[in-house]
Unconditional design. Structure first.
Length: 540
């Protein structure tokens, strides 16, 4: 048996996934088929068969081809002159011979074009851990350039953050649609009817004609809200489309994944076309995504802030060591805050930050990345200065609070609440002796007389009792002082004391252990010697 013609009733159209193309193969005599018969078609990278129905003793085979994803043909025709295969016999059991069996035949004149729906060849993004508000751009690749038929093309004028739509060239704007083109993020869209829409935060452009579409790539995460949308941003007429996912509070995922590959809502729904052939419009089926985001990239969503540090303790460092808690003095060169942490969640890139009066230092004071870590139970953070002058330049004299907060490894980092503040006093001024005075009248003083004198300081001080030498061979004493700027002292005349015939009473030595309330040591001491003018001791 010989094939005399191959025809199709489909002509001058473009077919896509799910659309059948019938073929009629006519022989010169009745034939019968055994098993499956196929007509191999030229359909791009992979040739497809039109499957022929089994027949018994008829002149015609009925075959049918339905395109699948990836099929493409500018002019659909069979693959070669031997494209018809299978066991096909006449009534005398002579077999049809496939070799050169279709010579001189063609269905090309029917001008049937095959252009199947686009399919995803890959989804890529930057690996990392991301926190609230971070923009995650997802690049979706196709095997060839694609374009979008938006469900509306509109023009309008932008004033501030309001776009007033003046004309709708095609389609209908619907509430909830995303806009791309010349629209700034946060812009409010106001149509002539007064109905308003807000532009998706993923958009980032400026003025002119815009297109509206609800094209999104659904994103799934492990905690509520469980689904978010990555909105279309750019890529029209190319083989790579950019979608943008913005991390929302409460979301969490150990490995971000895409849900249904694409959603294209609105009224009417947006459709897709090959960029090089605008005559073909094919809706993108959701089942044709071949590469999942979760398989291609490692994207962690972490919106949980670390727990706040507790039990903060302040320590100042200097020589000598300041005995007064929670204070800074003129000899201090550094300070350290330690605190207890629980489930710090700082990871390998997180850190602790020191705050002065509730605000960050400038420049910031932070621990090295990854210190502390998730495994840590405490943190220690120092100012890091190397001299008293540097410390005093960063923390002015006065009363301040110091506190600590944690940043984790997400981008941007999740920030803990601030620890309880520690109140400190910064006092870099040493106390000094202002004056020494006595109320003893001039003249000779005999046994049993107490000669009083006082020492006055520039500020309140703490000091132990003091012993000072006198020029009589005996000592004067000063009482201990607690938070006072005056020290009371006295010399008691005893038998044998004698300052000299023409010599006034004198006290020599220095006050020791005197500090102000912050711990600064005494600067200017008492005069040495301190002379009691006109007062002479004679206890002989």
């Amino acid at each position: 048996p010989k094939v005399v013609s191959i025809t199709t009733t489909t002509s001058n159209v473009t077919v896509s996934v799910g659309t059948s193309v019938p073929f009629t193969v006519t022989f010169d005599e009745p034939v019968t088929t055994t098993g499956t018969s196929n007509l191999l078609l030229e359909t791009g990278a992979t040739d497809r068969n039109a499957t022929c129905a089994a027949v018994t003793n008829v002149l015609v085979l009925s075959c049918s081809y339905t395109p699948t994803g990836g099929d493409v043909a500018e002019v659909l025709d069979f693959q070669s002159v031997s494209a018809l295969t299978g066991t096909i016999r006449d009534q005398a059991f002579n077999n049809y011979v496939a070799t050169n069996g279709l010579a001189g035949l063609s269905v090309g004149s029917n001008k049937v074009k095959v252009d199947t729906d686009p399919y995803v060849t890959g989804i890529t993004s930057a690996n990392g851990t991301y926190g609230v508000g971070w923009v995650v751009d997802l690049d979706v690749a196709f095997p060839r350039p694609m374009t979008i038929v938006p469900n509306a093309v509109v023009t309008g004028a932008i004033s501030g953050t309001t776009l007033t739509v003046t004309t709708v060239q095609s389609g209908t704007l619907a509430i909830g649609q995303a806009l791309y083109g010349s629209v700034a993020a946060g812009t409010t869209i106001t149509a002539g009817s007064g109905t308003s829409w807000t532009v998706s935060p993923s958009q980032d452009v400026s003025s002119g004609t815009i297109s509206a579409t609800a094209l999104t790539l659904p994103i799934t995460s492990t905690t509520a809200p469980t689904t978010s949308q990555a909105y279309y941003v750019s890529g029209d007429t190319t083989a790579s489309f950019k979608f943008r996912y913005i991390v929302q509070a409460g979301q969490s995922s150990t490995d971000l994944a895409n849900g249904t590959p694409f959603v294209c809502g609105g009224t009417p729904s947006c459709t897709w076309i090959r960029a090089l052939d605008p005559s073909v419009t094919n809706q993108l089926p959701s089942a044709l995504s071949t590469t999942l985001l979760s398989a291609a990239r490692a994207i962690v969503i972490d919106t949980t802030a670390p727990s706040a540090p507790t039990a903060p303790v302040f320590t100042a460092t200097g020589i000598p060591t300041n005995p007064v808690a929670n204070s800074l003095i003129s000899t201090d060169t550094n300070l350290t805050m330690t605190a207890t942490i629980t489930a710090a969640q700082v990871g390998t890139l997180g850190y602790a930050e020191l705050l002065l009066d509730g605000s960050p230092f400038s420049p910031a004071v932070k621990t090295n990345p990854g210190t502390p870590t998730n495994a840590a139970t405490s943190l220690s953070i120092s100012l890091g200065t190397v001299s008293a002058a540097q410390l005093q330049a960063r923390i002015a004299a006065g009363t301040h609070t110091l506190s600590v907060r944690l940043y984790d490894s997400a981008t941007p980092p999740n920030v803990s609440a601030t620890s309880a503040p520690v109140t400190i006093t910064a006092d870099y001024t040493a106390p000094n002796v202002v004056s020494t005075a006595t109320t003893q009248a001039a003249g000779s003083v005999t046994v049993g007389t107490t000669i009083p004198f006082t020492v006055t300081f520039t500020e309140a001080v703490n000091a132990p009792s003091q012993t000072l030498a006198a020029n009589t061979g005996r000592s004067a004493t000063c009482n201990a002082v607690s938070a006072s700027n005056t020290m009371s002292c006295s010399y008691y005349v005893q038998t044998g004391d004698y300052s000299g015939l023409n010599t006034d009473l004198q006290v020599t030595g220095s006050l020791t252990g005197v500090t102000d309330l912050a711990g600064n040591s005494l600067g200017t001491n008492i005069p040495n010697p301190f002379t009691f003018t006109g007062v002479k001791v004679d206890g002989r």
